[in-house]
Design a protein around this ligand. Structure first.
Ligand SMILES: Cc1cc2nc3c(=O)[nH]c(=O)nc-3n(C[C@H](O)[C@H](O)[C@H](O)COP(=O)(O)OP(=O)(O)OC[C@H]3O[C@@H](n4cnc5c(N)ncnc54)[C@H](O)[C@@H]3O)c2cc1C
Length: 563
């Protein structure tokens, strides 16, 4: 028999860009750890040239016992990430989430691997503390590395003068999906790329997905579909709990529910994080003395929920709740129906908009509802206006003042004392770049493709002033996202969901409360439907209370399921 041809010379893998210790990103397992893994996976041989993973398959993890594997990006060019040697393992976050693989893995020579599928990976990270830490850390750091290097299967071509570009960048970033960004305003060579895919400038932003599919000004749902962000949803199964909304409250419910063995699915209109995801720095959340950005907090919680096996569906909204059958049914905006024995309503609140003509036209191109590093980058070195007198407005002003030439804070009231925490008031007073204007409201906006000028007035006077300013941050609170509940549960006068002791006898009578017991704390006027976080009537409207309520609700879910 002819001996197999010698393996091709393997190209070197990428250099690390995010400053992570290489031994944490690509750890080598000890013989004892490898022996423990055998019980969680399928030992098998691989042939030289065999493709073990690509974009079309559910990603499995391969622990290499003998031979060499090449990991490369699936997109155009197929950049080599790592030559895996014995003792190392493949995989990153998509192995846990069930999202489509970002990498292609090829055996460079005949060898032996332990193949671990998603189900066994979940049981491994839940049962083996030491291996769980090694795998989770490596998966997270590998994803961080891909994001840091813009190494993904997505190229986004956009412009700072296009609202859709900011939306898509935020969607990809909040879903921790790595992408390469080409700025039309700065990159002269981009025309060649546009010609190649036969797209006009009017179609921006353009998203080139996996090197082949070209999406013109895609919706978040289209992006999620193309990138395989959601694992297939088994709509024939009745879930233990369906959580609607992946802000802090929904994520906490997902982590507790899944870690306690419940079959959990989470539905989220955009991306994990909710309002907290738009906060530049949360300083009052327990355990983070230096503060943490809302995005980092959400990213960690999202990973944690996936580690325990919660199924997350992003870019998909609950459109209607049906509560007249044996189990509860939630209809999504693409027409799917998800059945569950209990529901956790965690839809929080949607940002309030200013009643000013033309304001909507500049959303994303001068008018923003969150102040993350992405928006801060857009107004660096320029003036910005922050509207609002609450803590979120204060945080935004202090954060933006680090990069903007001047931040004008417009507050309708006489001062900040009644609406803002003292520590933030002090920071505003001591930050020279912030100019506070009380009793002030915006009355008009002007611009072309981008916001250029803002008209405002002192509420005690009739004359109007104006400011050349291209960036307005509206931080004026939020209204409850309850439109989809379709009359199933009792709401208070302001539209928030009533729960537990807040429910009056007539609320229970109106929904024909069918059981002997009184509603549990956090339970709505329907048994087994709970409301947590900002969407709930008497909630505290804070990250910590939302997290507390999300986790508490799961204790009551258990009681309902076991009744
Ligand atoms: C800029 C900013 C800064 C803040 N800073 C702080 C702070 O420093 N400290 C603090 O304690 N609090 C802070 N807050 C308040 C805090 O973020 C909220 O109290 C908290 O996020 C509420 O969490 P939640 O999960 O209840 O709701 P939300 O965070 O509002 O999340 C609700 C989620 O539900 C989703 N959703 C809505 N409708 C649907 C639907 N029909 N189908 C599917 N999904 C849906 C939304 O997309 C969203 O992701 C801040 C808020 C903002 C806006």
């Amino acid at each position: 028999m002819k001996p197999p041809p010698p393996p091709p010379p393997a190209p070197e893998g990428i250099a690390f860009a995010s400053g992570q210790p290489p031994e944490h990103v690509f750890p080598t397992l000890t013989p004892a750890q490898l022996a423990r893994l055998t019980g969680h996976g399928r030992p098998r041989t691989v042939a030289q040239g065999e493709v073990l993973a690509d974009a079309e398959r559910q990603p499995h993890v391969f622990v290499l016992v003998r031979g060499r594997l090449m990991t490369q990006m699936t997109g155009e060019g197929g950049r080599v990430i790592r030559i895996v040697v014995p003792g190392e393992f493949t995989g990153e976050m998509s192995a846990l989430s069930g999202r489509r693989s970002l990498t292609r893995i090829t055996a460079l020579e005949e060898g032996e691997v332990i193949e671990i599928d998603r189900e066994h990976l979940h049981s491994l990270v839940e049962s083996d503390v030491e291996l769980s830490q090694i795998f989770m850390r490596a998966f997270i750091l590998r994803r961080v590395e891909l994001v840091a290097q813009g190494l993904g299967d997505v190229v986004l071509v956009g412009s700072a003068h296009c609202a859709g570009t900011l939306r898509v960048r935020e969607f990809l970033t909040r879903n921790a999906h790595p992408y390469t960004y080409i700025d039309l305003d700065r990159d002269a060579g981009v025309q060649e790329l546009l010609d190649r895919f036969r797209v006009g400038v009017d179609d921006i932003p353009i998203l080139i997905c996996r090197g082949t599919t070209v999406l013109r000004d895609p919706s978040n749902h289209e992006i999620a579909e193309c990138l395989g962000l959601n694992a297939p949803l088994d709509t024939g199964r009745v879930r233990d709990v369906l959580i609607v909304g992946a802000g802090p409250a929904g994520l906490a419910a997902a982590v507790y529910g899944a870690s306690e063995g419940l079959d959990v699915v989470v539905l989220e209109t955009e991306a994990p994080g909710g309002q907290a995801g738009s906060s530049s720095r949360i300083e009052n959340y327990l355990g983070f003395p230096n503060g943490i950005s809302g995005q980092s907090l959400a990213g960690r919680a999202y990973t944690q929920a996936q580690k325990f096996g919660a199924q997350m569906i992003v870019a998909s909204s609950a459109r209607r709740l049906r509560c007249d059958g044996h189990s509860y049914l939630v209809e999504t905006d693409d027409g799917s129906i998800i059945a569950a024995r209990t529901i956790v309503i965690a839809t929080g609140a949607a940002y309030r908009k200013l009643a000013v003509a033309d304001m909507a036209r500049f959303e994303g191109v001068g008018v923003y509802y969150g102040a993350t590093p992405m928006e801060a980058q857009l107004c660096r070195g320029q003036d910005a206006i922050v509207v609002g007198g609450g803590n979120s407005a204060g945080q935004a002003a202090v954060f933006l003042a680090q990069g903007c030439s001047r931040v004008h804070m417009f507050v309708r009231g006489d001062g900040l004392a009644e609406t803002m925490s003292r520590y933030l008031i002090r920071r505003i007073e001591t930050t020279g770049a912030i100019a506070l204007r009380t009793r002030t409201e915006i009355v008009g906006v002007e611009g072309d493709l981008h916001l250029r000028r803002v008209m405002f007035r002192d509420r005690s006077r009739s004359e109007t002033e104006s400011l050349e300013c291209g960036h307005v941050f509206v931080m004026t609170g939020a209204d409850p996202a309850t439109g989809w509940l379709d009359g199933c549960v009792a709401l208070d006068a302001a539209g928030f969901v009533k729960t537990g002791p807040d429910l009056a006898a007539e609320d229970l009578a109106a929904s024909s409360w069918p059981v002997e017991r009184a509603p549990y704390l956090l339970e709505t006027s329907r048994p087994g439907i709970f409301a947590v976080g900002d969407v709930r009537g008497s909630s505290m409207k804070r990250v910590a209370s939302a997290v507390g309520e999300g986790s508490t609700a799961i204790a009551f879910v258990h009681r309902v399921l076991s009744a």
